[in-house]
Design a binder for this molecule. Structure first.
Ligand code: FAD
Length: 282
């Protein structure tokens, strides 16, 4: 059991259909029992989910739920992004996850990605301190980073531009996170860096995604997961125990909270949070 109440947040991606949205709102209400500090809603590469992200965020605000939209410039101009931020401000949104994002698939070389530190600076320039700004961090290094030290230097650049805190890419090796935090402190980063937690739901999807996003599945874990074959139930049960232990180690060693990549599912995130004893007190 963890003593103090660490920050808790749950990430969703915006569903494409009205039916998917209804289903997700039920998941949201089930996870709301843990009184998270906020939910967050991702933003598709190139702004591809702009309307769906905004729709889900607006719905959450209308339901009195604390929610943070993810945002990147994507292919949009400054006026479009400013108008979107203005709408968010009017709706009562006060937290943004500010990202560079990735190149949408099928888009050629003419496409220019805007680094996250520039988006942070843009938001600070036009909206002052209204938004709490989260940025992304990579304990196992961003796949395009030139070096470990460059990547951390660019993370510091995001804080220097005005970010308040960071959420990490997921990882399964807690030492990667602890070493990363040490290196961040060494270069003067003082803001909190929240570990991103990926529940284990499906082996094939997890390995495919991990290979592209800069998250490592240790060899021993790959082998263990492979052994479950099509037995998804046993794989999930193993995953719950493994990820619970990871979270325990993180929280016992002063990680400031946990951000769950829920994959739009109540379980196994809810079971892990229950295992950790993170039940809200009055
Ligand atoms: P940046 O911080 O801009 O870094 C990108 C790369 O460029 C890194 O290799 C970095 O070392 C380098 N770099 C950074 N700044 C500079 C600079 N000023 N000059 C030169 N090089 C620089 N993707 C989505 O599309 N939608 C989402 O909703 C989404 N949510 C995410 C949430 C979290 C918590 C995390 C960890 C990732 C998320 N991603 C999302 C993925 C993310 O968009 C990709 O990893 C993307 O490739 C990098 O985004 P970033 O904001 O970290 O970029």
């Amino acid at each position: 059991m963890i003593d103090s109440q660490p920050r808790l947040s749950f990430e969703f991606f915006p569903p494409k259909t009205a039916e998917g949205k209804e289903k997700l709102l039920r998941v949201r209400d089930q996870l709301a029992q843990f009184a998270p500090d906020f939910f967050s809603v991702t933003y598709g590469a190139g702004g591809s989910t702009r309307d769906n992200t905004k729709g889900l965020v607006t719905q959450c605000k209308a339901d009195g739920i604390s929610v943070a939209p993810h945002l990147s410039f994507g292919g949009d101009d400054e006026a479009t992004i400013k108008a979107l931020l203005q709408d968010y401000q009017t709706t009562g949104v006060d937290r943004i996850v500010a990202l560079r994002g990735d190149m949408p698939s099928g888009v050629g070389g003419a496409y220019q990605l805007v680094y996250a530190n520039e988006l942070v600076a843009f938001i600070r320039q036009h909206f002052g301190d209204h938004f709490h700004l989260e940025v992304a961090a990579y304990p196992e290094i961003h796949p395009q980073a030139k070096s470990y030290s460059d990547d951390i230097r660019y993370l510091k650049g995001k804080f220097d531009a005005g970010a308040n805190s960071a959420i990490t890419q997921y990882f399964f090796n807690p030492d990667a996170y602890f070493y990363f935090i040490e290196q961040c402190i060494k270069i003067g980063i003082t803001q909190p860096i929240y570990p991103g937690i990926m529940p284990i739901i499906n082996y094939k999807n997890l390995t495919r995604f991990s290979d592209t996003c800069g998250a490592e599945i240790p060899r021993w874990l790959r082998k263990a997961l492979e052994n479950y074959g099509d037995d998804e139930e046993s794989l999930r049960a193993f995953g719950v125990d493994l990820v619970t232990e990871l979270c325990e180690v993180l929280l016992e060693n002063e990680a400031p909270g946990l951000h769950f990549y829920t994959m739009n599912q109540t379980e196994p995130t809810a079971q892990i949070v229950r295992n950790l004893g993170l039940i809200p007190t009055e």
